[in-house]
Ligand binder design. Structure first.
Ligand code: ATP
Ligand code: MN
Length: 478
């Protein structure tokens, strides 16, 4: 019954008239008991349907309300109204589902993003979220296309892990032990031998370590899956559950790694601009409207599309951590004591520092390499200076860190030495160290936070607005 339906996007793209078609969707507006704006989620552009006077009886007319769903059959005709070339002259209209106008939370007016977050189950039906989630879909598709075209193997790394060595963030425990009275060992601590897996387990914070195992056989792999961090940071760029893309490449050094990350980001941006033009343009205007509400000195210099095109057409700036610190120390912001956190060699760059470098100093994405080893993970390759590691972070305007990566330490002795220093259990990580024991090779990889990328491409300032149902501290609705 439903398979003869045409999608509104296709219908609006074709210029052909005279055909009889069936369309289905949800009513956005109904004017003068005659003009229906119908939307099926394939595009933000509504199809205008004209119900000529006399076609519908009183009761049906009353049932056509904002949010109700309709099945409409009619003829495609040239439109006299402005803003569309065609419309559908209905010959039959069937109400599939009513929507009580007094109770339906989405009215045909502008709602705040905060309000829409509370009704996230319905916000897909708005223009803003329609655009955001179609772009998110496209970007996800483009991730697979990019790597598939390059011959990378998509590896599904586990969601539940027992390894707690990654150190990327606080973890969520996975357990079936009774909360009230868990079994204990002789010394009174919880006996995880009794737990489901016979050991302590968590949700993964990263698929990297397993990804490395794959790269040591397939040469190049990538993961794209959910990751979890129980970090209690209520910011506009942290989620407790987010999606991460992690390529891992054998026969690859930090230079190759940076090149791939830059090429990848540009590919994704280009893909969205080409394949989601309409949605990107919609968000571009939306953002321009928002900017107008701000005081002059807080407005951004670039529009969304301008920003994206600028990023596409310019090389990312590449600097070392040491250079970054020098720039910060020389900055007017530092001299005028505008930074909340102190700047000196050895610090972990804070968001305010990253933003200064990207938004004020370079005004473009920046790749920072050569971080002090003390603030980075154990697996990063140690540089000759004995102080820094071959890490690289990509910082993006308005977002901060969007990519974190490194060349990995492939030398077994160096790696073990670092693990001992950082008190990482070498015995338990024997499977990981096997890659260095049996045919080790230089290799590198990075993690790109998918939501941060979607934020960058859509211009949405809050990460909660680019994932369907956000999981953040004290919030797990839907
Ligand atoms: P940050 O300093 O912003 O917390 P991080 O150093 O913890 O990031 P990594 O461990 O390097 O980040 O993770 C790789 C990428 O995953 C980051 O560059 C970022 O894009 C993304 N990411 C990290 N934590 C989160 C989070 N809580 N929510 C969404 N994305 C995240
Ligand atoms: Mn973090």
């Amino acid at each position: 019954m439903f398979n003869k339906r045409v999608k509104i996007k296709h219908l609006l793209e074709s210029v052909e008239t005279g055909n009889e078609v069936t369309v289905m969707g949800w009513v956005r507006t109904f004017r003068n008991n005659q003009f229906i704006a119908l939307n099926d989620g394939s595009t933000n552009n509504n199809l205008q349907v004209v119900a000529e006077l006399g076609l519908l009886d009183e009761t049906t007319i009353k049932r056509i309300t904002t949010g109700s769903s309709l099945k409409i059959t009619g003829k495609v005709v040239p439109s006299l109204g402005k803003g569309q070339t065609i419309e559908v002259k209905a010959s039959s209209i069937e109400v599939l589902g009513d929507s009580d106008a007094d109770k339906y939370p989405l009215q045909p007016k502008k709602h705040s993003l905060e309000f829409l977050r509370e009704i996230a189950h319905l916000r897909f039906r708005t223009n803003t979220f329609g655009s955001v989630f179609r772009i998110r879909h496209s970007l996800a598709f483009a991730v697979h296309k990019f790597f598939n075209d390059k011959g990378f193997v998509y590896l599904h790394t586990p969601i539940i892990t027992s390894s707690d060595a990654e150190g990327a963030g606080e973890m969520f425990r996975v357990t079936t032990l009774p909360l009230g009275n868990p079994p204990t060992t002789e010394d009174g601590s919880i006996d995880f031998k009794e737990d489901f897996f016979g050991k302590s387990t968590n949700l993964t914070v990263s698929g990297q370590l397993e990804g490395e195992l794959g790269a040591m056989a397939f040469s190049e792999i990538y993961t794209f899956g959910p990751t979890f961090r129980a970090e209690n940071s209520n910011t506009t760029r942290h989620l407790a559950e987010f999606w991460m893309i992690e390529p891992e490449m054998a026969f690859c050094d930090i230079e190759d790694n940076m090149n791939l990350a830059e090429e990848f980001m540009k590919y994704l941006i280009q893909y969205a601009i080409e394949n989601n033009r309409e949605d990107v343009e919609f968000l571009n205007s939306r953002l321009a409207e928002e900017e107008k509400q701000k005081p002059q000195n807080e407005r951004s210099e670039f529009g969304l599309i301008e920003k994206l095109e600028f990023v596409l057409n310019n090389n990312f700036e590449r600097i070392t951590y040491t250079q970054a610190i020098d720039i910060l120390l020389e900055s007017p912001a530092y001299k005028k004591k505008k930074f909340k956190y102190d700047v000196k060699w050895g610090i972990d760059l804070q968001s305010e520092h990253e933003r200064y470098l990207v938004e004020k100093h370079f005004k473009k994405p920046v790749i920072v390499t050569g971080y002090p080893k003390e603030i980075k993970a154990f697996y990063m390759r140690q540089n000759e200076d004995g102080k820094t590691v071959a890490a690289m972070d990509i910082l993006a305007p308005g977002i901060g860190e969007i990519v974190g990566g490194s060349q990995r330490e492939e030398r077994l002795e160096k790696l073990e030495e670092r693990m001992r220093e950082m008190q990482i259990p070498i015995e338990e990580m024997s499977w990981y160290l096997d890659t260095r024991r049996f045919g080790t090779v230089p290799h590198a990889g990075f993690g790109l936070g998918f939501e941060r990328l979607v934020q960058f491409v859509t211009g949405m300032t809050n990460i909660r607005d680019v994932i369907a149902f956000a999981r953040t501290p004290k919030n797990c609705e839907f």
